[in-house]
Ligand binder design. Structure first.
Ligand code: IMP
Ligand code: MG
Length: 176
């Protein structure tokens, strides 16, 4: 089987939407600072682009989690591979994710981060698949709602590949 990537969102479309979200966050937190928490590895491309479009003071931290199980569906079991370096206490935390699928990863992380006494906590995701939600999570900033299809690019992988694509596309498997 050969993998073919079909474009869903172009680089220009993503850039335009990321700029809008950056402006919105800058307005919502005007006069304050935000602390972006990136969920590695997928969220890293989005977080870097988003940070460039935020005009108020920004700091970052990174967290790495892995969900056990198959390669195209998350199992819901979350393991912390790398915790944050900095405390969250008193900060306006914005968790930045590549995609919310079942919502299990995020609901676990939001609960954990909430215990660390941030001043506020909100959630920003580039992509959301609302049809697949199993656990309810409140999303504050969404780039795009997408249908239940497996996507790659702009940080998202299939078996660790395709993260570097500057656009987002679906993976199709065709006979060679
Ligand atoms: P959740 O816990 O089911 O919401 O899982 C979210 C995580 O599953 C994301 O951070 C991705 O790592 C992965 N994931 C879910 N859907 C996709 C997809 O379409 N492409 C690539 N990774 C995905
Ligand atoms: Mg992820």
């Amino acid at each position: 089987m050969k993998e073919v990537i079909k474009v869903m969102m172009t680089e220009q479309e993503i850039d335009a939407r990321v700029r809008q979200i950056g402006e919105q966050i800058s307005k919502d937190y005007a006069g304050q600072e935000v602390h972006l928490v990136c969920v590695l590895k997928g969220g890293s491309f989005f977080m870097c682009e988003l940070a460039k479009r935020i005009t108020i003071p920004v700091s970052f931290d990174f967290m790495s989690v892995s969900s056990y199980g198959g390669d195209t569906k998350s199992s819901g079991m979350v393991r912390i591979v790398k915790d944050l370096d900095e405390p969250l206490e008193g900060k306006n935390v914005i968790v930045v994710e590549d995609i919310i699928d079942s919502g299990r990863t995020l609901s676990y992380l939001l609960e954990l981060f909430g215990q660390r006494k941030p001043k506020s906590i909100s959630l920003c995701t580039l992509l959301d698949k609302p049809d697949r939600r199993v656990v309810d999570v409140k999303v504050d900033y969404t780039g795009f709602n997408i249908p239940d299809e497996f996507v790659v690019g702009f940080g998202l992988d299939y078996d660790q590949r395709y993260r570097n694509l500057p656009y987002i596309g679906t993976v199709e498997f065709v006979e060679e």
